[in-house]
Design a protein. Structure first.
Length: 375
């Protein structure tokens, strides 16, 4: 069995593009090296067979080592870049390159009339330069171009329907949290979800971390991003806007929000405070979660299972189905039991909601209750 798997792995390697490219490179560069050796020997009046053989071996070695770097690696890089490139930017890049070629082709004939070598070299050089200039210009300004087209022709349907509507920038914490994918599926989000390239890079760095917890968080964020990109409910755009003079990702998100007049979606309380202080509208997923949780006001009774000790003596702690913590005074004695509790106090925070309660049959139950607290 071990011999079978060893043979199978060897066969798979022989079928890889890396091995095939090395084989082709070995043959091609051996022939090229031998030819160089023969020509050099004839030029210097040296021994032809020995020089050709030596240069052929050098070419063979060069082909084995360098061919994957000249063929396989560039192809992999181009394929990865195309896969990660937003469809809007890819489309505008192709259009820009086409426009650049068309415009520069108009100059090809006049330039070809120049004396040699300018008449021969300038036309292809100008064509390549024009295609590159058009590609980069349309790629960098793709968002503005598509916005202008949408506004001019009134296009409000399909893939680009949200280009001129509200824009919501997602930060790393929202993608790692994952609830944004479920919220987007409900259709409650109005506008386009914006994912900056530097946020994706941050997720990649977290996913490649040596720490298992950070690695899992990063992979979860990338999985959530892929999920919302595949969704037809809400449009998602990857933007390449960056700020080279800003190092922190949070600061870049705030700057991008100001630049695009967009809303920032985050679970980071500190980032929300900083963004709001600079005039950027912030949507916190935790606040949305609190808003749709079951509401229990002081004096109501409901069942809860006590599963752990509280911070203070004789306290027990349980949780509702939506994750709300319930602190039960004198509840330690009911550990691992489901009891009915009476709400005595409710605290709402941006980071979550907490309910304080006592057992329903507690002899010290109060007769009056405090109003919910907003902290």
């Amino acid at each position: 069995m071990k011999l079978y798997y060893s043979f199978k792995n060897t066969w798979y390697y022989f079928m890889t593009s890396d091995f095939i490219s090395r084989l082709i490179g070995m043959v091609v560069f051996t022939i090229v090296g031998a030819r160089i050796g023969v020509d050099l020997a004839n030029f210097l009046n040296l021994d032809v067979p020995s020089r050709g053989f030596i240069f052929g071996l050098v070419g063979l070695l060069f082909g084995i080592i360098m061919t994957p770097f000249l063929t396989v690696r560039p192809v992999r890089f181009v394929r990865r870049a195309i896969n990660e490139l937003p469809i809007e930017r890819l489309l505008m890049s192709v259009v820009g390159a086409t426009v650049g070629l068309i415009l520069t082709l108009l100059l090809a004939y006049p330039l070809s009339l120049l004396p040699t070598p300018f008449g021969t070299l300038l036309p292809p050089f100008v064509s390549l330069a024009g295609a590159y200039l058009g590609l980069t210009t349309f790629s960098i300004r793709s968002r503005e171009i598509l916005d202008t087209i949408a506004e001019r022709f009134g296009g409000r349907s399909g893939r680009f329907s949200g280009l001129s509507s509200r824009k919501l920038i997602l930060d790393t914490s929202v993608l790692i949290d994952g609830r944004i994918a479920d919220v987007a599926e409900t259709g409650f989000i109005g506008g386009t979800l914006i994912v900056p390239r530097f946020v994706m890079n941050e997720l990649h760095r977290v996913a490649d971390s040596s720490d298992l917890l950070r690695r899992n968080r990063g992979r979860r964020g990338l999985a959530v991003l892929n999920k919302i990109q595949r969704s037809d409910t809400v449009p998602v755009r990857i933007v390449d806007d960056d700020f080279d003079d800003i190092n922190e990702v949070d600061d870049k998100i705030v700057a991008l929000g100001l630049q695009m007049s967009a809303v920032v979606m985050t679970n980071d309380f500190n980032l929300g405070q900083v963004a709001e202080a600079q005039g950027v509208t912030v949507l916190n997923i935790n606040q949305l979660s609190n808003a749709v949780r079951s509401i229990f006001i002081p004096g109501e009774v409901f069942p809860v299972r006590v599963i752990q000790d509280g911070r203070d003596p004789n306290q027990g702690v349980g949780y509702l189905d939506d994750g709300t913590m319930v602190v039960v005074e004198n509840g330690k004695q009911y550990m691992d039991r489901t009891i009915r509790v009476l709400v005595t106090k409710l605290i709402n925070r941006d980071t979550g909601r907490m309910i304080f309660a006592i057992p329903e049959d507690d002899p010290q139950r109060p007769t009056t209750f405090d109003a919910p607290s907003e902290l």
